[in-house]
Write a protein that binds this ligand. Structure first.
Ligand code: RUQ
Ligand code: CUA
Length: 618
């Protein structure tokens, strides 16, 4: 799993392409100009060598990036930035048949889109453990992807009471919980109330989603009733701050209408600090009220669960340092990022050192809990970490990344991003021991740094080498909408299977022998047990009467890597892909009369084209 460093062939088109991309940090230039400016300096040669993963070699890291409103997760290799695979989560994806078979169609329900934001790898003792990936979605949902097969296994929600699930899915250090929180407050319980009553009748919700430690199964455990702010991002406490969860929020003005004006009046917004173990205990002690079927804690009745920390205006990222001592809150409208000290927060809580309260939730005093205001630059948005107290903060307004040091608060380096960076992702960057090798800037704009593709432009994600004192931009990649957040994990922590073992297939409709394939009928129900194996879909034809309910159960009996078979049924909007050893079903009504072809969609053998049959509706 090593990256070969000595196989570069100078003058090869790949190397030239790398050179052309690696050097440009400013306004777009023609490729020839760029190459001339680059020259063949040793700097560039080094950069090119670092990111070059030779044919057949593997990347040492995976990056899991949110696909935003595409509803997908995109997986990249780092440092090559090669797109390896798309994992559909909240949206149908014909390429893998996701959302077309009975199980995934049911999992998606009525919603065929979702705005996926913040992937969170499961953790053990604060380290990514390579078991699951969680990701939230704005329609009040959260999903679990199993990293054994890179497939979405569960979608929880839309959950009651919580609307616009943005501050999610951040897991706790032993994956006890993933979190959810409201971005768009609304009346709780849900009912039509005019926005003129926003300040008092609308509420936010913070929710704890309990994760089964063996199966990964998610269940909604509890909710906390919060003031009607917009909860934005979060991070779990770790080591010394384990047991706490931090959420940034804006619109603490409780304003409505044109928020860009109305919600920026106060100098400070809040970070909510939640003692999730205390919330868990309160629920166990029967202190929650049941609202719309969920146990909800009202902080006005149960003290000691939530505190508010004043922070710079409109904070976005709130990030806990690897040792758990510091909480970095970035106010997007400031030129500094604020570092809070967990010890000081605890002392202030113990001493009841409160400024006032918001709906009975104590507000801590800014001066009592902050350690530093670090002059990182304009529009600090999100912070990631390296070893030795190194911190990397994205600056949206400055369009740059600042590197600085925890404790000394000194700003060490700054690199411009092209353009308008949102989040950033460091190798193992949300763990208790970040690697300090690679950092990826997830930019919002890319204009002119790629061949023109018309008005709908890709985003750009830029790779930086952070092994030395100065950060070095080494590669531009163009990524799909919209990389809100990403996490980078060491590749050897993930051990995916390549076929589903036959002995694990317990599907009641599975058939493993061509002899057992065939059609049975019960009244108006037709069941087709189909076998897919190179190069026939058996049976090669089947019939139904108009109006029948047809179920096709397909088993791919291959046990060979990469031998996928598809089942595309023309005119019926049916498209399955069945992996080796897998069984999938699709149930539909034979609404259209006539003859319809089905065929294998995945090129599987020299006789793939012959893998076809007919469905006849009389
Ligand atoms: S997020 S940059 Cu910051 Cu959910 Cu989009
Ligand atoms: Cu099976 Cu193509």
């Amino acid at each position: 799993m090593t990256v070969h460093r000595h196989r570069l062939v100078w003058g090869s088109p790949l190397v030239l392409a790398i050179l052309a991309l690696a050097v440009s940090q400013c306004a777009p230039r023609a490729p020839q100009q760029r190459r001339a400016a680059a020259g063949a300096t040793s700097d560039i040669a080094q950069a090119a060598q670092k990111v070059y993963v030779a044919p057949g070699d593997l990347d040492p890291y995976y990056m899991f990036s949110s696909g935003g409103h595409s509803g997908n997760v995109y997986v990249y290799g780092i440092p090559s930035m090669r797109h390896l695979v798309t994992i559909p989560v909240f949206t149908p994806y014909p390429a893998t048949g996701y959302g077309f078979d009975d199980d995934t169609k049911k999992m998606l329900g009525d919603l065929t889109w979702g705005d996926a934001h913040h992937p969170a790898l499961s953790e053990t003792k604060g380290e990514y453990d390579g078991r699951w990936l969680f990701i939230n979605e704005m329609n009040g949902r959260i999903a679990r992807i199993d990293l054994r097969d890179f497939k979405t296994k569960q979608i929880l929600g839309p959950v009651p009471n919580l609307h616009g699930n943005h501050a999610s899915s951040f897991v706790t250090p032993n994956t006890e919980y993933a979190m959810m929180a409201t971005r768009f407050s609304r009346p709780v319980p849900q009912r039509p109330v005019g926005v003129d009553k926003y300040a008092t009748e609308y509420k936010g919700i913070i929710a704890g989603v309990k994760i089964n430690p063996t199966s990964g199964e998610m269940t909604l455990a509890w909710e906390i009733l919060m003031p009607p702010f917009d909860y934005d991002l979060g991070d779990a406490g770790k080591l010394v701050s384990d047991g706490w969860m931090f959420f940034s929020s804006y619109n603490t003005e409780r304003a409505t209408g044109k928020l860009e004006v109305t919600a920026s009046q106060r100098d400070r917004d809040y970070i909510a600090a939640v003692d999730w173990r205390a919330a868990e205990k309160a629920i166990a002690d029967g202190k929650g009220d049941v609202i719309d079927g969920v146990k909800v804690i009202d902080p006005a009745k149960v003290a000691g669960i939530v505190y508010l920390m004043p922070c710079g205006k409109s904070p976005h990222g709130v990030d806990v340092s690897p040792d758990g001592k510091y909480i970095v809150g970035s106010g997007k409208l400031q030129g500094v990022t604020t570092v809070f000290n967990f010890e000081k927060i605890q002392t202030a809580i113990r001493n009841r050192d409160f400024l006032d309260d918001e709906d009975a939730i104590p507000v801590l005093k800014y001066e009592s809990i902050k350690d530093a205001e670090v002059p990182v630059g304009l529009g600090p948005l999100h912070t990631q970490f390296g070893p030795d107290g190194m911190a990397y903060t994205s600056l949206f307004v400055d369009s740059a990344i600042a590197k600085w040091k925890l404790g000394t608060w000194e700003v060490i380096d700054k690199v411009p991003m092209s353009y308008s960076i949102g989040h950033l992702a460091a190798a193992e960057g949300d763990t208790v021991s970040p690697d300090g090798t690679w950092l990826v800037g997830l930019n919002k704009l890319s204009h002119g740094r790629h061949l023109s593709v018309g008005p709908s432009q890709p985003e750009s994600s830029q790779l930086l080498d952070i092994t030395e004192e100065k950060m070095k931009l080494v590669y531009d990649a163009f990524t799909e909408p919209e990389p809100h957040y990403a996490q980078i994990i060491k590749a050897d922590k993930i051990k995916p299977i390549e076929v589903y073992p036959k002995e694990e297939n317990k599907h009641p409709l599975a058939v493993w022998d061509i002899k057992d394939a065939g059609v049975t009928r019960q009244g108006k129900k037709v069941l087709v047990k189909m076998v897919a194996v190179r190069s026939t879909l058996t049976p090669t034809d089947f019939e139904a009467n108009e109006g029948d309910e047809v179920t096709v159960a397909i088993t791919n009996i291959e046990q060979t890597t990469d031998e996928l078979h598809g089942f595309g049924l023309l005119d019926y909007n049916i498209k399955l892909v069945v992996d080796p050893g897998e069984t999938k079903t699709v149930t539909f009504t034979a609404k259209k009369k006539g003859v319809f072809a089905y065929y294998c969609t995945n090129f599987c053998s020299a006789l793939h084209q012959e893998m076809q049959g007919y469905f006849i509706v009389k």
